[in-house]
Write a protein that binds this ligand. Structure first.
Ligand code: 1CP
Length: 344
């Protein structure tokens, strides 16, 4: 898969077409997913390697996207550690039940990847089904974002609980972050072994920290963790939302590509990140609720701003919304693939 568009973009090499995939490219907006989900819980699906593989491959077959992201969740390893994860049937939001307690640290320290074997089996099966058609992206939540779910239960606007812990007891905070880094590292290690060539680290909530707090409370750990993951022999996409204030710091933390949401101008974002890294993003997922003309105009704007520099991966700024009509996803992929890349 060394020559796949996504991999070439991770190395900032020239591509024949801009690679495109979407966060949450398998999900409730798809009739095929809703059909599989009928009568089954999300967790049941995640624990069945054959269903995992089928759902991982589905968007590649249906829309011709340039990568398959393994069907799982950032909370899956936490659930395997014994945290009780609940998903709302209506809105699809998630929460961890039971308030955070001291004993939770032990649960994390006892994590063994055997408890998430279904993810790695799913990757192996998906690789077979794909037959080299697209690389597989493995993923994990980054420690800060996982800490948000563990301490908050359900994400609150101000992240007050998690920040209070971070500010008031930095020793305990560092212990929690280190325990989470242990889980993340061992989980992605097995994903790379199973055949994931790219790892996306979702630090979805890191952009809700001030730059100074990100630098002090999160970045030192990321600077250790990312190179350790890199040594496993994969490419790394490091993603957050609301991240315009911390883009430079995220870039210094490591990774081959930085993922950005739509609240930032992609050209400005790339200049902050530095052209020695790739960039991924950044269409507003809500644009996919509109019509062909609007979708193509918005996509063209991004493509023009990026300006044919190598190292760009087209994506949304966050996950596909459940209300998205699937045919809009297809027309966006076709549009990005039709965009002429000079000198390829
Ligand atoms: O059927 C259902 O109700 C399940 C809905 C669902 C799905 C399809 C959830 C619950 N997670 C997923 C899959 C998922 N989650 C993937 C699979 C692969 C793909 O992208 O196609 C991935 C990569 C994730 C990652 C994820 N989960 C993140 C990081 C990205 C982000 O959204 O910032 C986060 C924060 C989660 C937590 C989570 N799990 C599910 C939801 C709805 C959420 C987010 C919302 C919340 O905090 O309540």
């Amino acid at each position: 898969m060394d020559n796949a568009r996504l991999i070439r973009a991770c190395r900032r090499e020239k591509v024949d077409r801009i690679p495109v995939w979407f966060m949450r490219q398998t999900g409730r907006y798809m009739p095929e997913y809703r059909e599989i989900r009928r009568g089954r819980s999300f967790t049941e699906i995640c624990r069945d390697p054959e269903l995992v593989a089928e759902l991982t491959v589905l968007p590649v077959e249906k829309f011709n996207v340039d990568a398959a992201i393994i069907f799982s969740d950032i909370l899956t390893p936490l659930e395997a550690c014994g945290f009780k994860v609940a998903i709302d049937d209506l809105g699809g939001g998630v929460r961890i039940e039971q308030a955070y307690s001291e004993r939770d640290m032990e649960k994390l320290k006892n994590y063994s990847p055997e408890s998430t074997h279904f993810v790695y089996e799913g990757i192996k099966l998906a690789r077979k089904l794909l037959g080299g058609k697209a690389p597989i992206i493995g993923f994990a939540g980054a420690p800060f974002t996982l800490a948000c779910y563990i301490v908050e239960g359900r994400i609150s606007r101000g992240l007050a609980r998690v920040k209070k812990m971070m500010y008031c007891d930095v020793e305990k905070w560092n212990e929690l972050m280190d325990s989470l880094a242990f889980v993340v590292f061992n989980h992605v290690k097995e994903q790379v072994r199973a055949g994931a060539e790219v790892i996306q680290l979702f630090d979805s909530w890191a952009g809700h920290l001030s730059p100074a707090d990100y630098e002090y409370y999160v970045m030192p750990l990321m600077r250790r963790l990312i190179p350790e993951i890199k040594k496993l022999g994969c490419y790394i996409i490091y993603f957050s939302t609301c991240s315009s204030g911390i883009l430079r710091l995220m870039s210094l933390a490591g990774g081959d590509v930085i993922g950005v949401d739509w609240r930032v101008d992609i050209a400005e974002a790339w200049s902050l990140i530095g052209y020695d890294k790739g960039i991924q993003g950044n269409l507003d997922p809500a644009v996919l609720l509109s019509c062909r003309e609007t979708i193509e105009r918005a996509a063209r704007k991004i493509l023009e701003k990026v300006g044919r520099k190598p190292g760009f991966i087209f994506n949304l700024g966050h996950g596909i919304l459940p209300e998205t009509p699937p045919h809009n996803v297809k027309l966006l992929v076709d549009y990005v693939h039709s965009y002429e890349v000079d000198g390829a």
